[in-house]
Ligand binder design. Structure first.
Ligand code: NDP
Length: 479
């Protein structure tokens, strides 16, 4: 059976009838056959979404924000009710351990609950201008939005975009990654079943270079929100330039975790492995550069390696699994290549990096030490389970090394000194920083990157700004 795409809330075949095969990372075998959208489907979807939006006079745009919020609460409820189905699809389709996949469904529901509450709390203002009259600032939905997402957190990242876009009254056209389209389609069904008007909902699996580009280039697409590689983000900026689409970009990272010698080293070292190896290292926030102050370096490395060896790598559907397979053979090969590059550059590969016998795209988490920040493994995003540990001497060194990167997405800081934490936090060029923890993302707070890690911010109330236009209306009181 083919998984059909979603046009105006309805499951249907692609216009040209083409399909493609999705592979299960744990087995390397075909998992599903999925309808493959072409530019004709994009044209159809954007056309219908534009008609449904009707220059802001469409039903969803005009529905009261309170009612829109109620529908989004129902989306959250349905996500929780369908947790088994969706989490299993995410585990099989993306290789996420089932416990993580269940957490992801809960976080997706939490995101919808947040924006359900936000819907009627995001509004304009009255400005005290000098002219006689009333100056009112309105917030209006921007129009059809193209939401392009990667394969590493297929469900959650889609929800970070869908929930605020819908809360603001926009029609949504979701383009999932070709490796992982299954939960995006289930999510599309949830939106319609929850009561989002069918003509607002479109999910188009298909090749990004073809249909992603068609979606971005279409002058009727008012806004693009993209998460993926920096190079793709740059091409999207160019393709959307002619029609001045609103664009937000969440891109790659090469984040640093800085561990000062005055930190709780045992805690930092046991916490750090999953900050790199969570989701098999396929995480834009992965702290893949771990900077450790020299007096604590040996102790940290020993504890880090021990904690890494204890990570349970295995079948994503086994509840005991902490790290599943990588998403594809190609992604695994990239990590293996970087391990070779790193040792070739003089770093020491001290643990992991084995490919186990048997099917699937598994790779044991690898630790490379004595890395220098000039090496390619410290500069380029690997997007796999390879941790680089770098020694440093002074606070100034830590700041300099951490900031010496094209990226600036995330990072951590471990220290027992509050004043040092404040000083260093203020000096780091990164969009998200966690002190004495490695968790990066909270849906109530802004998330995004400095430098080549992105443009704009997702999550928090700020995301509501990103899906609205500002209109200033002045009512004269002169006769
Ligand atoms: P890609 O940039 O390759 O793909 C992301 C999405 O864009 C996919 O849906 C892809 O489709 C589509 N796409 C590809 N080419 C184009 C194009 N020319 N125009 C429009 N859309 C296109 O990224 P990956 O899927 O490989 O994801 C990994 C990357 O995402 C990493 O660099 C990671 O750091 C980053 N990322 C960033 C996050 C953040 O919040 N900052 C969060 C998660 C990941 P298709 O799959 O069909 O190629």
């Amino acid at each position: 059976m083919t998984e059909q795409l979603i046009i105006a809330g309805e499951r249907r075949d692609a216009v040209e009838g083409a399909t493609f095969t999705v592979t299960e990372p744990a087995t390397g075998q075909p998992l599903a056959e999925v309808a493959k959208a072409s530019p004709a489907d994009v044209d159809l979807a954007v056309g219908l979404a534009t008609t449904a939006f009707a220059d802001g006079r469409g039903t969803w745009a005009r529905t009261s924000a309170t009612l829109r919020g109620r529908v989004l609460y129902r989306v959250a409820e349905l996500l929780r009710e369908r947790e088994d189905l969706i989490a299993t699809a995410e585990a099989r389709g993306a290789g996420h351990p089932i416990g993580d996949a269940r957490w992801e469904v809960g976080a997706a529901a939490g995101t919808f609950e947040y924006y359900a509450g936000a819907a009627n709390k995001h509004f304009g203002s009255v400005v005290p201008v000098q002219d006689a009259g009333l100056d009112v600032v309105l917030r209006e939905p921007v129009g059809p939005v193209g939401l392009i997402v990667p394969w590493n957190f297929p469900l959650l990242i889609a929800c970070w975009k869908l929930a605020p876009a819908l809360a603001c009254g926009n029609p949504v056209i979701l383009k999932p990654a070709s490796l992982t389209p299954l939960t995006a389609l289930l999510l599309g069904d949830v939106l319609v079943d929850a009561g989002v008007p069918a003509d607002q909902v479109y999910v188009l699996p298909g090749p990004g270079g073809v249909i992603g580009d068609a979606l971005v280039s279409d002058h009727r697409t008012a806004k693009i929100s993209f998460t993926g590689e920096t190079a793709t983000g740059a091409s999207i900026l160019k393709a959307s330039a002619d029609h001045i689409a609103r664009v937000s970009l969440e891109l790659g990272g090469k984040s640093a975790s800085i561990v000062f010698a005055d930190a709780d080293i045992a805690k930092a070292a046991t916490d750090a492995p999953m900050s790199v190896f969570g989701n098999a290292g396929q995480d834009c926030c992965a702290r893949s550069r771990i900077l450790v102050q020299r007096p604590a370096y040996d102790e940290f490395v020993e504890a880090f390696v021990a904690a890494t060896k204890a990570i349970v790598v295995g079948d994503p559907l086994d509840a005991a699994t902490e790290m599943g397979p990588m998403v594809s053979a190609g992604q695994r090969q990239t990590s293996l290549d970087y391990l070779e590059i790193g040792t070739g550059e003089g770093a020491r590969h001290v643990s992991g990096g084995e490919v186990p016998d048997g099917p699937g795209f598994y790779l044991h988490p690898a630790v490379v030490v004595d890395v220098d920040n000039s090496m390619r493994i410290a500069r380029e995003e690997i997007f796999g389970p390879v941790a680089s540990i770098l020694p440093f001497d002074t606070e100034e060194d830590a700041i300099r090394i951490s900031n010496d990167s094209d990226y600036g997405l995330s990072g951590s800081l471990w220290t027992g000194s509050a004043t040092k934490a404040i000083r260093v936090a203020k000096s780091l060029r990164t969009g998200t920083l966690s002190v004495n923890t490695n968790r990066s993302v909270r849906f109530e707070a802004p998330f995004g990157g400095y430098k080549k890690s992105g443009l704009g911010r997702e999550l928090g109330m700020g995301a509501m700004d990103a899906y609205t236009e500002v209109k200033n209306v002045f009512f004269s009181e002169e006769d």
